[in-house]
Design a protein around this ligand. Structure first.
Ligand code: C2E
Ligand code: MG
Ligand code: MG
Ligand code: MG
Length: 281
């Protein structure tokens, strides 16, 4: 049987023995161009909270409402897009949309509000990435000082030289760089001596276990200590309980992010209710 990728007249042949999850992947991969053309993607924003409890910055997180599948999360479709060689189209859409919406965030919060944009490992292999970023900034009059890029350790190390030269250029432009999901990637720390970054984002895994695991607490202490010694800022992701927050605050973690403060929300919601509403946790 066949499935028509919406509005594009592209047919994919599904063989009956193909698993449901494989069919879903193909459908997702084949729907990406249409999703961009038909505005099915949107950006949600999740605040990062500083030690004073104020909103320090926001992270843009992509959302997709697929016409047949309903909501599809980035944890699923980013990987599929990467495997299908279609991530750069998504990245360009994100860069443009985030650049466009930044003006509104500035008017809601402050002209100094900072916006974090995630980059994929595959993006870093494109020598044109800097130009896409630069062009998106130009098109929407973005001050690069308002923008941070989040990239995972593995993305950085996948091609160290290329990543390093890109991040130096972005730095010179005024952007900052955060190393996302820190602690889950490579075991070697030697690259930290050479890399152009501003912030370490402690992975949710460690934060999740703060209340229950002495070892996670010790690793977290060590990561924060390491960051401080390297003059890097530190952000903890996935904070869900008050006790996790208190612990991170006591360690001097610069910013925290998580459902305790706010889930990622669409711009319209943020406009109606700019402040975060801390959950009971
Ligand atoms: P990430 O950049 O590490 O983003 C953090 C993820 O954790 C987000 O999931 C966020 O919604 C979720 N999160 C935040 N606070 C909490 C919490 O307290 N508890 C729990 N359980 N989860 C929390 P999301 O939005 O589903 O994104 C997943 C991943 O997909 C991101 O991980 C990032 O790697 C990727 N991604 C998202 N948006 C983009 C994008 O625009 N471009 C690229 N290349 N990747 C993106
Ligand atoms: Mg991120
Ligand atoms: Mg992260
Ligand atoms: Mg993560």
């Amino acid at each position: 049987y066949r499935s028509k990728a919406r509005g594009r007249g592209v047919y994919t042949i599904f063989s009956p023995e193909m698993s449901e999850s494989h069919k879903r992947k193909i459908l997702i991969a084949n729907s990406i161009e249409a999703a961009i053309e038909e505005n099915q993607f949107s950006l949600y924003y999740q605040p990062k909270i500083n030690l004073n409890g104020e909103i320090d910055s926001l992270e843009a997180l992509i959302r997709w409402h697929h016409p047949e599948l309903g909501p599809v999360m980035p944890s699923e479709f980013i990987l599929v897009a990467e495997q299908a060689g279609k991530i750069t189209a998504i990245t360009q859409w994100v860069l443009n949309q985030a650049s466009k919406e930044l003006a509104e965030l500035m008017s809601i919060y402050s002209p100094k509000i900072r916006l974090a944009i995630n980059l994929s490992v595959h993006d870093l292999r494109h020598s044109e990435l800097f130009d896409w970023i630069y062009n998106a900034f130009q098109a929407h009059s973005v001050n690069p000082e308002n923008v941070e890029f989040e990239v995972t350790e593995s993305a950085y190390l996948d091609n160290f030289e290329t990543s390093e030269s890109l991040f130096k250029r972005l730095h010179n432009l005024g952007c900052t760089i955060a190393l996302d999901d820190f602690g889950t990637g490579y075991s070697s720390l030697s690259y930290l001596t050479q890399i152009t970054i501003d912030t370490l984002k402690i992975d949710r895994q460690f934060v999740m276990e703060l209340d229950t695991s002495e070892r996670s607490r010790l690793v977290t202490i060590s990561i924060i200590d390491l960051a401080r010694r390297l003059s890097l800022k530190i952000c903890a992701e996935g904070v869900e309980t008050i006790s996790q927050w208190e612990y991170l605050k006591a360690l001097g973690c610069d910013t925290v992010q998580g459902y305790l403060f706010s889930k990622p929300r669409p711009l319209a919601d943020i406009k109606n209710q700019p402040d975060y509403q801390r959950q009971a946790g």
